[in-house]
Design a protein around this ligand. Structure first.
Ligand code: IPE
Ligand code: IPE
Ligand code: MG
Length: 257
């Protein structure tokens, strides 16, 4: 076997999947959860906050490094104004009520997405929470709010273009590495495990660039029902996957020995 193949795999960790370093979740199915109970959709969003708490708790216990949660997509503005308004209020109140506990657990919360569309009040609340937890070194918790994968890539491209115009960067130096440095979550390991609840099998404009080699896990469980046991089921599924990054299974098995 040539030395070329005995080098560590991209991502800097073993191809034998054990625990993911970074889990990214599309929390879907709140509305259907509520409708099945003959409740207004908003009741599902509210119940979803409990599932967030539980998943965060499991991540802290297992010392997972990064958790990225899709809370509101750039396309979710298309929903009825009333639902959007209630979601914004829920985001505000959840930030307010959870901030202290997150901080006590050494969690570092950050929000990714275009936040200028939020009310001044919500933007301030987000900044306060981020500032409070900025020096924490436990779980990196990212909330994707008014986030879109295409927005993210476009914004990174625009930043690089501006640098090129200013002469700080040659156009030929724009490579994958340069773009990856401008994109959301740039300093984090790429997501190892993607989970989507709610039964749909699509990415819905979540982390398009960052998910290139992520293991995908889809479950019919609706987000408010996604508890510790369900999350552990996803982690177990992940642990059985062989991550090949373009190589053959045999190459990977040999490199692991
Ligand atoms: C996900 O649940 C939460 C958000 C998109 C904000 P949904 O509200 O999409 O729930 P379903 O898909 O309608 O059941
Ligand atoms: C994706 O869910 C966005 C979030 C969970 C925040 P959606 O319910 O908006 O996705 P689509 O519309 O079914 O693709
Ligand atoms: Mg949905």
């Amino acid at each position: 076997m040539s030395a070329e193949y005995s080098s560590p795999l991209p991502g800097g960790h073993d191809s034998v999947a054990t625990l993911p370093r970074h889990v990214a979740i599309i929390m879907d199915g709140n509305g259907r959860w509520a409708t099945r109970r003959r409740s207004p959709r908003f009741a599902g969003h509210r119940a979803g906050v409990n599932a967030v708490r539980e998943v965060v708790q499991v991540c802290v216990e297992k010392r997972i490094e990064v958790l990225t949660l899709f809370a509101f997509s750039s396309e979710n503005w298309r929903r009825p104004a009333e639902e959007v308004g209630l979601l914004m209020n829920l985001f505000m109140s959840a930030l307010q009520s959870e901030m202290r506990k997150l901080h006590e657990n050494d969690i570092r919360l950050r929000v990714i997405g275009e936040r200028s569309a939020f009310s001044a009040e919500l933007q301030t609340r987000i900044e306060q929470a981020e500032r409070l937890m900025a020096a924490n070194s436990g779980l990196n918790l990212f909330i994707a709010a008014n986030y879109g994968g295409r927005w993210d890539i476009t914004r990174a491209a625009r930043t690089l273009a501006k640098k090129a115009v200013l002469g700080e960067l040659a156009a030929d130096d724009i490579d994958e590495h340069a773009l990856a440095q401008e994109i959301a979550l740039d300093a984090m390991p790429e997501p190892d495990l993607f989970i989507r609840t709610g039964g749909e099998k699509r990415i819905s404009n979540f982390l398009l660039w960052q998910l290139a080699y992520t293991e995908l896990f889809f479950t019919d469980a609706l987000w408010p029902d996604f508890d510790r046991q369900a999350f552990e089921g996803a982690l177990t599924s992940y642990a059985t996957r062989q991550r090949r990054y373009g190589r053959t299974g045999e190459q990977v098995a040999t490199a692991e020995r």
